[in-house]
Design a protein around this ligand. Structure first.
Ligand code: GNR
Ligand code: NI
Length: 167
């Protein structure tokens, strides 16, 4: 198992579009395991392959308190969504920044697991928000891009300052 390096915003590689997975092989299973290990170590409640510079449609999530409810979504598609969520979001690629962004409260997702088995998942609350957040990463979108230009500029300045301080 390997803990992977998480890209930090702003980084052009966070804006790449992930390709659908076509082969469900051992390499994919290793990627899913490494993503989970990286998510738990961070710690975070979700992680998209894009964040570790792998541009395939693979996401891991675990919003449980006991950290024992891992969900792996390969080639996820939202087939239904409803309501409006009011959860403040954070992102491992944008450390220390928390903001509200518009999201559905409930989603129904069709996906495959790492073995290639198709399934449907109904999610609400934090899990639903995380799924939408991770699926945005696969499309090259980071949550701060929903915010005003003024907020984005301030966030970039804060992150640059954080980096200077930690250097
Ligand atoms: O750890 C994370 N927490 C979180 C909180 C609210 C909404 C979304 C998230 S996802 C984030 C991990 C991450 O960056 N995933 O891409
Ligand atoms: Ni994120």
């Amino acid at each position: 198992m390997t803990i992977l390096n998480i890209l930090r915003y702003p980084d052009a590689r966070l804006h790449k579009t992930a390709a659908p997975v076509t082969v469900f092989d051992d390499q994919l299973k290793k990627l899913a395991r490494d993503l989970a290990e990286t998510m738990y170590a961070a710690p975070g409640v979700g992680l998209a392959a894009t964040q570790v510079d792998v541009h395939k449609q693979v996401i891991v999530l675990d919003v449980s308190e006991r950290r024992d409810a891992l969900v792996t979504l390969v080639n996820p598609e939202i087939v239904e969504s409803s309501g409006a969520s009011d959860i403040e979001e954070g992102c491992l690629s944008v450390p220390g920044i928390y903001e509200m962004v518009p999201r559905a409260e409930r989603v129904r997702v069709r996906a495959h697991d790492a073995n290639g088995n198709a399934f449907t998942l109904e999610a609400q609350g934090l899990l639903a928000v995380c799924i939408q957040h991770e699926m945005d990463h696969l499309q090259g979108k980071v949550f701060v891009e929903y915010l005003s230009q003024l907020k984005q500029t301030r966030i970039r300045a804060r992150l640059a300052k954080q980096l200077r301080k930690s250097a």
